[in-house]
Write a protein that binds this ligand. Sequence first.
Ligand SMILES: [Mg+2]
Length: 278
Amino acid sequence: MISLPTRVQRRTCRFFCILVTDLQNFLTTMAGRKPGLIALFDVDGTLTAPRKVVTPKMFEFMRRLREVVTVGVVGGSDLTKISEQLGKTVIDDYDYVFSENGLVAHKDGKLIGSQSLKSFLGEEKLKEFINFTLHYIAGLDIPIKRGTFIEFRSGMLNVSPIGRNCSQEERDEFEKYDKVHNVRSKMVSVLREKFSHLNLTFSIGGQISFDVFPNGWDKTFCLRYLEDFHEIHFFGDKTYKGGNDYEIYESERTVGHTVTSPDETAEQCTVLFLSKEA
Ligand SMILES: [Mg+2]
C-alpha cells in the first residue's frame, strides 16, 4: 500500500513547483529580450508627472516592457528622490538605475559605480574655486543678500549670488533684477575664464542660481556603463537645447525620443517594442 505524502513532503513539493515555474518564467523572459538593446528613461515628465509619484498603470507598463527589453532610468536627482518617485524597489525593478545622471550607478540591484565632485577635483582645487567664488559674491553690490551662497552637492556646486535661503518674494525680485543687470551671466563669464583649466560646465537655471559641474557630467555620463549595448533608445521630455536631456538625446550613441508625458512614453514604447510580439 502506498502511503500518503506527509505535510513536509507536500510542502517541499509545492516549494519546488513554484521554484521551477519562476525559473521557467525567468528564462522565457530573458530569452525574449533582444541582446544589445536597452530602453533608457528620464524620470520627471517621462515616467512620472514632474516631481510626482509613478502611477500604478505606468508601473505595470514598465514591468511588462522589461519582459521584452532591458530597461534603465537616468535621473538628475539622487537615489532617495528617485525611489520616492518610482518606488522603494526601483533598483530591482529596472536593470539599470542611474541617479545623479549616473554619478551613482546600479545594475541588477547592485552598486556598480560612484563618482563625486570632491574626489574628482580634489580638495585643493575645490577650495580654490569656493574661496574665489565667495570673494566674488562678497564684492557684489546687489539690493539684498541672504545665506547659503554655495550649496555643495555630491556632483555639483550650486552658486547663488543672493543666497539660497531667501524667501519666494525675494527670489522673484532677484530674478527680475538679474534680467536687467545680468548678475549671474557676468559672474559665470568671470568664473569660466578664471577656472578654464578645470574644464567646468556652468549652467544657469531657475531663478536665483547656477550649477557648476565637470564637462560631461550631464546624462551622457551614464553611457560609460552601457558599453555592451549597441542600440540605446533614450526617452526624455527636456530634449531641447538647454534642457537636461539634450546631451544624451543628441549623443551619437543613442536613438533619441522626445515625449511630453508618461502616457506618450508608453505609447511610443508600445509601437517600438511591444507591437511586434502581438
Ligand atoms: Mg524630465
